[in-house]
Design a protein around this ligand. Structure first.
Ligand SMILES: Cc1cc2nc3c(=O)[nH]c(=O)nc-3n(C[C@H](O)[C@H](O)[C@H](O)COP(=O)(O)O)c2cc1C
Length: 121
């Protein structure tokens, strides 16, 4: 038996475990909102910084495109950016820029430009 629903941090996970009696939990939306949510829960720490999220986004994007997922990549990434907005206000500018781009390669390049800007700060 696995419990899930509205787990967004360590306290939510503990509460879900206590109420349900389940040893295993499933995290849905929060895993898209906070990519490192499992580490955050298990190690009782804050979310990874935006610069790390951007690095992960580029890695995953390059992997998707290398695996021929051009067709799905733009809409999937836009959905992901939308989820990220809840935890990372920094996503706003990137979301606005990427929203109007349809080409997968151009989107990866836009993310890479943001990552370069962030790493210069
Ligand atoms: C991107 C995404 C895909 C999901 N796909 C499925 C699915 O295929 N089948 C299913 O039963 N639930 C699916 N769910 C629902 C989750 O398993 C979960 O029940 C729901 O998101 C509530 O948990 P949460 O509050 O942690 O998001 C999906 C949720 C998300 C966010």
């Amino acid at each position: 038996m696995i419990a899930n629903g509205e787990i967004w941090n360590h306290d939510d996970a503990e509460k879900c475990r206590a109420v349900s009696g389940c040893s295993d939990l499933l995290v849905g939306r929060a895993s898209l909102t906070i990519p490192d949510i499992t580490g955050m829960i298990l190690e009782r720490r804050g979310a990874i910084p935006w610069s790390s999220v951007l690095r992960l986004m580029i890695e995953l994007g390059e992997r998707d495109l290398a695996n021929g997922k051009w067709k799905y990549y733009p809409s999937r990434l836009k959905q992901w950016l939308n989820y990220l907005r809840k935890a990372y206000p920094e996503v706003q500018g990137l979301f606005a820029r990427v929203r109007v781009i349809k080409d997968a390669d151009a989107i990866v390049k836009a993310v890479a430009r943001d990552q370069k800007k962030v790493s210069l700060i």
